[in-house]
Design a protein around this ligand. Structure first.
Ligand code: GDP
Ligand code: MG
Length: 440
């Protein structure tokens, strides 16, 4: 997934406090490749990258403590937006029956989806659909729908394959009125490719029955082709919704992304299998996660959060023992904390810690860290190594240089001293522990 592609880049920016424009550029290069690989239309990719860049390089990320996560979040949100909100509503005609026309290429899943939709309408909305066999070309197409009708115990209207689809559709609506079927779902013919004869016939049916919905059924496995198909059908007929089938398969989701933005038509349902109950409302969020490979991303984020790298930890321990811990080390520590993520977010992820956060005794707001960082950066090399030389006039200078107050500087110096004291205690305790172990 996209996450694999991003991994290397994420690794690189993991230790940084901020994401630079160059970082975002590099990440976006990966995102771009991944989307193209997922068979997303290149125009869509271009627009998408532009939008993410704008958001990612701006304030949002610069203030963030976890650049990598933040960029992923932006990408995820934009992917979601690209596919529109969740819309599985189906029109209801003022005067029944409501007429739905199913269109699409051969093998896309029209006939199957006709059955699924009828099943959905009955189960979820208590409707009484009539299925209409208007594919007179494909051998056994009528029989296929009749079999589906039997499985669902639902009526199927057919006039054989010698009557025109327009005539079949018209008579079916008449029949539905007589039988009090409140929905009519017309299963039309498809071809292997879009052609004029097909479009003309579908237009005739449309003219004759004035459908309330025209659902375009698209095979998600066909990637970019699906987009061209969607565009042709939409231009010729005006499609009111898309049903994306075979999402249970190993598709990368490129079709979903492109179709929505190229045709500006909502994806309403997703086909999740061959069975007649395998129809779901389309969830843009899930699709975005799938494209992103969110499972991977989550482990990635976890890894980033246990980020304290072993060598640094060892080095630090040594410094603590020898009391040579300086402000530079302190800065390093802050950077590590930053790379782990916003602290409250971090706490949320640790099981059992949400409650601790509620106690509000952990004072770790982002601004505070920024202040501390600024103060340390305003110190001279000597001051960082030997804070005891920082007298009143130096404190004033540091405060001025860091845009803080002398009180802020005082507080930090005091905290630093306390921290060193605490470290000494901790190392002494650890020594004691080691000794204890030796006696066992
Ligand atoms: P049509 O030519 O557009 O009417 O397509 P069909 O309804 O005959 O479906 C073509 C094939 O795709 C059949 O074997 C269906 O079982 C299969 N199919 C349709 N929808 C799905 C789906 O959502 N998932 C899977 N796995 N197969 C599907
Ligand atoms: Mg069919």
């Amino acid at each position: 997934g996209l996450a694999d592609r991003l991994q290397g880049t994420l690794q690189k920016i993991r230790g940084k406090g901020k994401v630079s424009e160059a970082d975002v550029k590099e990440m976006m290069r990966e995102v771009r490749l991944a989307l193209l690989e997922a068979d997303v239309n290149f125009k869509v990719v271009k627009e998408f990258i532009k939008r993410v860049k704008e958001r990612a390089v701006g304030q949002e990320v610069l203030q963030s403590l976890t650049p990598g996560q933040q960029v992923i979040k932006v990408v995820h949100e934009e992917l979601k937006d690209l596919m529109g909100g969740e819309q599985s509503k189906i029109a209801v005609a003022n005067r029944p029956p409501t007429v739905i026309m199913m269109v699409g290429l051969q093998g896309a899943g029209k006939t199957t989806t006709t059955g699924k939709l009828a099943n959905h309408l009955r189960k979820k909305h208590n409707r009484k659909p009539l299925l209409v066999a208007a594919d007179i070309y494909r051998p056994a197409a009528i029989q296929q729908l009749e079999t589906i009708g039997k499985q669902l115990s639902m009526p199927v209207f057919s006039l054989g394959d010698q009557v025109s689809p327009v005539e079949i559709a018209k008579q079916a609506i008449q029949k539905a009125k007589e039988e009090h079927n409140d929905y009519v779902i017309i299963d039309t013919a498809g071809r292997l490719h879009v052609d004029e004869a097909l479009m003309n016939e579908l237009e005739e049916v449309k003219e004759a029955v004035k459908p309330d919905e025209i659902f375009l059924v698209v095979d998600a496995m066909t990637g970019q082709d699906a987009v061209n198909v969607a565009e042709s059908f939409n231009n010729a007929l005006g499609v009111s919704g898309v049903v994306l089938t075979k999402l249970d398969g190993d598709t990368r989701g490129g079709a979903a992304l492109s179709i929505r933005s190229v045709t500006d038509t909502p994806i309403k349902f997703a086909g999740m299998g061959e069975k007649l109950d395998a129809l779901e409302a389309f969830h843009p969020e899930r699709m975005a996660s799938r494209i992103l490979g969110m499972g991977d991303v989550l482990t990635l984020i976890e890894k980033a959060q246990s980020t304290v790298d072993e060598e640094k930890a060892k080095e630090l321990e040594k410094k603590m023992r020898t009391m040579s811990f300086t402000f530079d080390d302190f800065l390093d520590q802050l950077d590590q904390v930053r790379s782990m993520g916003p602290l409250d977010e971090l706490l949320d992820m640790i099981p059992g810690m949400n409650k601790a956060k509620g106690m509000k005794n952990i004072n770790v707001d982002d601004k505070q860290i920024g202040k501390v960082e600024a103060i340390i950066r305003s110190m001279t090399k000597d001051e960082k190594l030997h804070p005891e030389v920082i007298n009143a006039s130096r404190r004033k200078r540091i405060a001025l240089g860091s845009g803080t107050t002398v009180q802020d500087v005082n507080r930090l110096l005091k905290q630093f001293e306390e921290m060193k004291k605490m470290m000494k205690q901790m190392t002494n305790m650890q020594k004691g522990k080691k000794k204890g172990k030796g006696f066992n």
